[in-house]
Design a protein around this ligand. Structure first.
Ligand code: C2O
Ligand code: CU
Length: 493
C-alpha cells in the first residue's frame, strides 16, 4: 500500500503516544472579542460559493434518489433529568440526544427545522458528503436560522452509508443538548448482526455547572477550567445516550447474539477510552466507512469521531465504559443478556480499558473506496501543511499561527489530489474535522472525516477534491474551534 511519495509515514507520525496530558493555559487573555463558529475565515472572493451552479450540478450527479425521507426538528429550551438532578438546557424536542434520524444511502432527506431558541442556530450534518449549501454553516453556506421562531428546510442527498450525527454550527451550542444520531443504512450491508446499539457519548455541564457560553468566557478570561495537567473542563457528568452512570441505560440482548455498536462522540471537550467488559470488539467502520476489520479490547474516540464495532455477547450483565481521557469520571451503560446477573458497579473499570487500544491512526483501510475517491492514493497535486498551536499562554487556538478571523482560506482546485498534514505543536489532542469530504490516512490508513491528532503528533491524509463549495476545517473540541482553531477550505471558482 505504500507508494513512493508517502512521506512522512503514518507510523512515524503518531508521535506523542496516548498519554493525553493537557497543556497548561495560564495567564489572562485580556479583553477579547467573541468569535463565532459562523462567518469569517477570510474572504471567499474567487472561490466557489454555496449558491454557484456547480454545487447543484454535483448534487444532480449523485443520482436520482429512490426515496425521500421527511423529518422535522424543533430546537428549543427544555429540562432534562440527570439521575434526579434537573438541568435546564437546549435540545431538539425534549430528549437528549435528539431523535435518531435514519435513511438509506442514496435517499434524499428533508428536515424542516424550527428555531425556538433565544439565539440563532443552524444544523450541520456531520460527516455527510453533501451539497455545500445544505452544510449548515451560517455566514458560509446559509443565513443563520433566526431566534424565536425562524425556520429553514435542509434538503440533500445522502450518498454514503454509515454512522453520523448532527448538531448546530453556531457558537458552543453543541455543548448543550443539541445533538442526535443520523444513521444511513447500507443497501449492501457487510456486517452480519442481530441487534444494533447506538451509543452517543457526551460531556455535560449545561444547567448543572453554568452553561457553555459562560464556560467559554471563563476559559478565555483565565483558563481556570483547567484541571491540572489533564484536559480543560472538568464536567460534572459524562453521559451515554443522555444518562449519567447513576441512572444508566440498559441494552438488552440474548447470549450469543451479534451486536453492532455504533459509538458517536458528541462531546465538546472529552476524548474517551471505550471498552465493553468481558468482550473483545471488532472495529468494522470508522466515520461510516469500512476499515480492515480489527479486534481490540478498547478504542480511543475523539470528539466528532464515530466507530462501528461488533461483538458476540456473553451471558450476564456487562459494563460499557467510556473513560474520560485525562480527566476523572466516565460514562457508563449496561449490556444485559441475563435477567438475574447483578449489574456491575457504575465506577467499574474493566481490564479491557488497559489492554490493547486502537485509535484512528492505527486503523487500516480495506479495499472500499468512497465514490469519487478512486485517485485519493495517487501522488498529491497539492499539499497543505497545518500546524496546530496555541497562542502564548492565552486561550487562543491557531492553525499555522492564525485564528479563524485572521486566516485566509486554504484553496484547492476541483479534481486535485489534496494532501493535508496536520502537525500538532501542542500538548493537547485535536480531533480535526473537514466538512463535506472523507479523507484517507496515508500509507494504507483508513478513511475518516474526523481524525484525532495526538499531542505533539501528526497525521497525513489525502482526498480527491470532488465536492465544490466553502467548507469548514476545524478542531472538534468546540471550545478550541470557537477560540480560533478553524479555517475554510475553498475551491477555486
Ligand atoms: Cu461536527 Cu464543523 O462540525
Ligand atoms: Cu483542539
Amino acid at each position: 500500500m505504500t507508494h513512493p511519495h508517502a512521506t512522512p509515514s503514518r507510523r512515524a507520525l503518531l508521535g506523542g503516544g496516548l498519554a493525553f496530558t493537557g497543556l497548561g493555559v495560564a495567564g489572562l487573555a485580556g479583553c477579547m472579542t467573541s468569535s463565532t463558529m459562523d462567518g469569517d475565515g477570510g474572504s471567499l472572493k474567487g472561490l466557489v460559493g454555496p449558491n454557484d451552479a456547480v454545487v447543484a450540478q454535483v448534487e444532480a450527479a449523485r443520482g436520482t434518489p429512490e426515496a425521500t425521507r421527511t423529518f422535522a426538528l424543533t430546537a428549543r429550551r427544555t429540562e432534562i433529568d440527570l439521575a434526579g438532578q434537573r438541568a435546564a438546557t437546549w435540545a431538539y424536542g425534549d430528549t437528549v440526544p435528539g431523535p435518531l434520524l435514519r435513511a438509506t444511502a442514496g435517499d434524499r432527506i428533508t428536515v424542516a427545522v424550527r428555531n425556538d431558541l433565544p439565539q440563532v442556530t443552524s444544523v450541520h450534518w456531520h460527516g455527510i458528503r453533501l451539497r455545500n449549501d445544505m452544510d449548515g454553516v451560517p455566514g458560509h453556506t446559509q443565513e443563520a436560522i433566526a431566534a424565536d421562531g425562524g425556520t429553514f428546510t435542509y434538503d440533500f442527498i445522502t450518498p454514503d452509508p454509515g454512522t453520523y450525527f448532527f448538531h448546530p454550527h453556531v457558537g458552543v451550542q453543541l455543548d448543550r443538548g443539541l445533538y442526535a444520531p443520523l444513521i444511513i443504512d447500507d443497501p449492501a450491508e457487510s456486517v452480519d448482526f442481530d441487534k444494533e446499539w447506538v451509543v452517543v457519548l457526551d460531556d455535560w455541564l449545561d444547567g448543572i455547572m453554568g452553561d457553555p457560553d459562560t464556560e467559554l468566557e471563563t476559559l478565555r478570561r483565565n483558563g481556570s477550567g483547567m484541571i491540572g495537567q489533564g484536559s480543560e473542563i472538568a464536567y460534572p457528568f459524562y453521559l451515554v445516550n443522555g444518562r449519567p452512570p447513576a441512572d444508566p441505560e440498559t441494552f438488552q440482548a440474548a447470549p450469543g447474539e451479534r451486536v453492532r455498536l455504533r459509538i458517536i462522540n458528541a462531546s465538546s471537550d472529552t476524548v474517551y477510552r471505550v471498552a465493553l467488559g468481558g468482550h473483545r470488539l471488532k472495529v468494522t467502520h470508522k466515520d461510516g466507512i469500512p476499515t480492515l476489520p480489527k479486534e481490540t479490547d478498547a478504542i480511543i474516540i475523539g470528539m466528532g469521531e464515530r466507530y462501528d464495532l461488533s461483538t458476540t455477547v456473553g451471558d450476564g450483565a456487562f459494563p460499557l465504559v467510556a473513560m474520560a481521557e485525562g480527566k476523572s469520571g466516565q460514562a457508563y451503560a449496561v449490556l444485559r443478556t441475563s435477567a438475574s446477573a447483578a449489574a456491575p458497579p457504575e465506577d467499574v473499570q474493566p481490564d479491557e480499558l488497559t489492554r490493547g487500544i486502537l485509535w484512528a491512526p492505527l486503523l487500516s483501510g480495506d479495499d472500499h473506496v468512497p465514490r469519487g475517491q478512486e485517485r485519493a492514493g495517487d501522488k498529491a497535486d497539492r499539499t497543505i501543511t497545518i500546524q496546530l498551536g496555541v497562542r502564548g499562554g492565552r486561550y487562543v487556538w491557531t492553525m499555522n499561527g492564525k485564528t479563524f478571523e485572521e486566516a485566509d482560506p486554504f484553496v484547492v482546485s476541483r479534481d486535485e489530489v489534496v494532501r493535508i498534514i496536520w502537525q500538532n505543536m501542542s500538548h493537547m489532542p485535536h480531533p480535526m474535522h473537514l466538512h463535506g469530504h472523507s479523507f484517507r490516512l496515508t500509507d494504507g490508513g483508513s478513511w475518516h472525516d474526523t481524525v484525532l491528532v495526538g499531542p505533539m503528533g501528526a497525521v497525513a491524509a489525502q482526498f480527491v477534491a470532488d465536492n465544490p463549495g466553502a467548507w469548514m476545517m476545524h478542531c472538534h473540541n468546540i471550545f478550541h474551534a470557537e477560540a480560533g482553531m478553524m479555517a475554510t477550505l475553498g475551491y477555486r471558482a
